[in-house]
Write a protein that binds this ligand. Structure first.
Ligand SMILES: [Cu+2]
Length: 279
């Protein structure tokens, strides 16, 4: 396939992403929490077709993909490294890993960036293929912590347990509660949806992160979490009337092994405000 075809395919995909995610925010607005970088032969571009230098808010996520081409590419961070990349953050059954070696077309993955800074990346095969992710701390105050319920016990030897997530939920957030052992320091809830549910024309079942809630916790309590959906997921929910979410919860203790659990949630839009009062 020639370069022109590759580029036009990439740009069509990019246009779909942009359309779904909404316009690029003006300079005065808060940076986005999601960006996409596409590898084509042989350069990185943004989903809008520009140079692959993106700015996101701390805690944000960048998707990397190589949809179509005749070469091999990957993404290497020679300096500062993202907080986490790859399959460990995807729903079960997906293969959203960044390839460690330059790889042929058809891969897709992503990374979370929790720490402010500049993250340069380069293709492992083509040193002229470069880009960067600038991660900025936003002035926005974190969401108010949900009220903690009374102290409870967690199963012996476990960081957390008693995860409670309703299978069917309404609204633009994914909610749940979990018992957290004293000493646990960080809870991160991530919501994923299939790309095909989000973007018109996509048949990909790869998971795209559509929501996230991170909070510190001293543990010893039942802790609530509530991950708000991003714009693309809210639009998909309105459009389709339902959205299948894979909720992945990670609780990292001060020491020892992190607790992870995944639950599937069927989200429906919030009740219409002018519905009949009979309940
Ligand atoms: Cu390359």
């Amino acid at each position: 396939m020639n370069l022109r075809t590759v580029r036009s395919r990439a740009l069509v995909a990019a246009a779909a992403l942009v359309a779904s995610l909404g316009a690029t925010p003006a300079a005065a607005q808060a940076p986005p929490t999601l960006a996409s970088i596409l590898a084509i032969d042989n350069e990185f571009i943004t989903d809008a077709g520009g140079p692959a230098d993106v700015t996101i808010a701390a805690g944000g996520h960048v998707n990397f993909s190589y949809f179509a081409g005749a070469s091999r590419h990957n993404v290497v961070f020679p300096g500062a490294r993202p907080t986490v990349c790859g399959t460990s953050e995807g729903p079960p059954g997906t293969t959203a890993a960044l390839p460690t070696a330059p790889s042929p077309e058809g891969w897709e993955g992503g990374c979370d960036f929790d720490v402010a800074g500049t993250y340069a990346f380069v293709c492992g095969l083509h040193n002229t293929m470069t880009g960067s992710v600038s991660v900025v701390r936003t002035g926005a105050s974190p969401p108010p912590p949900p009220a903690d319920l009374p102290v409870v016990a967690v199963p012996d030897g476990e960081v957390a347990g008693g995860l409670s997530v309703a299978t069917q939920q309404r609204g633009y957030r994914v909610r749940g509660t979990v018992l957290v052992q004293r000493g646990a320091v960080r809870l991160v809830a991530r919501a994923f949806a299939e790309r095909r549910a989000l973007f018109a024309g996509s048949r990909s079942r790869l998971g795209v992160r559509v929501g996230r809630h991170a909070r510190a916790t001293g543990g010893g309590v039942r802790v609530a979490f509530s991950a708000p959906l991003n714009r693309a997921a809210r639009a998909a929910l309105r459009r389709n009337g339902r959205l299948l979410i894979a909720l992945r919860l990670t609780i990292t203790p001060a020491e020892g092994t992190a607790y992870t659990a995944t639950r599937t949630v069927i989200l429906r839009p919030p009740p219409a405000p002018r519905r009949s009062a009979s309940r």
